[in-house]
Design a protein around this ligand. Structure first.
Ligand code: SF4
Length: 206
């Protein structure tokens, strides 16, 4: 275990996942972040918190975290993701239609981003990332044609849902241009905050 892995005697799940992970460094970082915050939600299974079923989660571990299954809360290969929220399949689909590289990681990320978008904080926080820049980099890298459309740098969650509404022909905006809109601060105010998951300890197994 690395010294960085210690938090007051507890082990940092993120640090251990990254330290003993494999493959692309940035992808390893973002998946470790998501797994870390999801593992910290005691009220639901890891597969439900991530939106990845047991087999896909096992595949992710096999590719990036060969020791991950020993560190993460136990999950069954047959475990499902729980019920989708109404908007979740559409957001997954939107992301997949704009994937950049065609790699399997983008399928996992589309599912994770759609599921974590249902949480109440800034999306970067609910993905367990360190800052908003991580999220922008993730989207630029893996869903670039979609990310490129956010030319005004809207909050990412707002941007996704506005894209979905536009696609369905739903009028969501209160004004023809953002500059005069009373909702401006809802769509554009900064997404500052503290990261939520970086120091999540490794879950204790019974
Ligand atoms: S600020 Fe107003 S006009 Fe601009 S995207 Fe938001 S709701 Fe639509």
């Amino acid at each position: 275990m690395t010294a960085l892995g210690d938090i007051g005697g507890a082990r940092s799940l993120y640090v251990e996942l990254v330290a003993y992970g494999a493959g692309d460094v940035f992808n390893r970082h973002i998946f470790a972040c998501a797994m870390t915050i999801a593992a910290g939600e005691p009220d639901r299974a890891l597969t439900e918190a991530l939106g990845l079923d047991g087999r896909r989660l096992a595949d992710l571990c096999a590719l990036h975290f060969p020791y991950g299954r020993a560190l993460l809360p136990a999950f069954d290969l047959e475990a499902g993701t729980g019920e989708d929220a109404i908007e979740e399949p559409d957001l997954r689909q939107l992301l997949l239609e704009h994937r950049t590289r065609g790699v399997i990681e983008e399928e996992w990320l589309a599912a994770i981003v759609a599921r974590r978008s249902l949480r109440p904080n800034h999306l970067w926080q609910d993905l367990g990332l360190f800052n908003r820049t991580d999220l922008s980099r993730l989207l630029d890298r893996h869903f670039e044609p979609l990310a490129r459309r956010n030319i005004q740098d809207m909050k990412w969650k707002k941007f996704f849902y506005r894209e979905l509404c536009r696609r369905d022909g739903v009028l969501v905006c209160k004004a023809p241009v953002c500059d005069v809109c009373s909702d401006y601060h809802h769509c554009f105010s900064d997404e500052e905050g503290e990261p939520l998951a970086r120091l999540q300890p490794v879950p204790l197994r019974a």
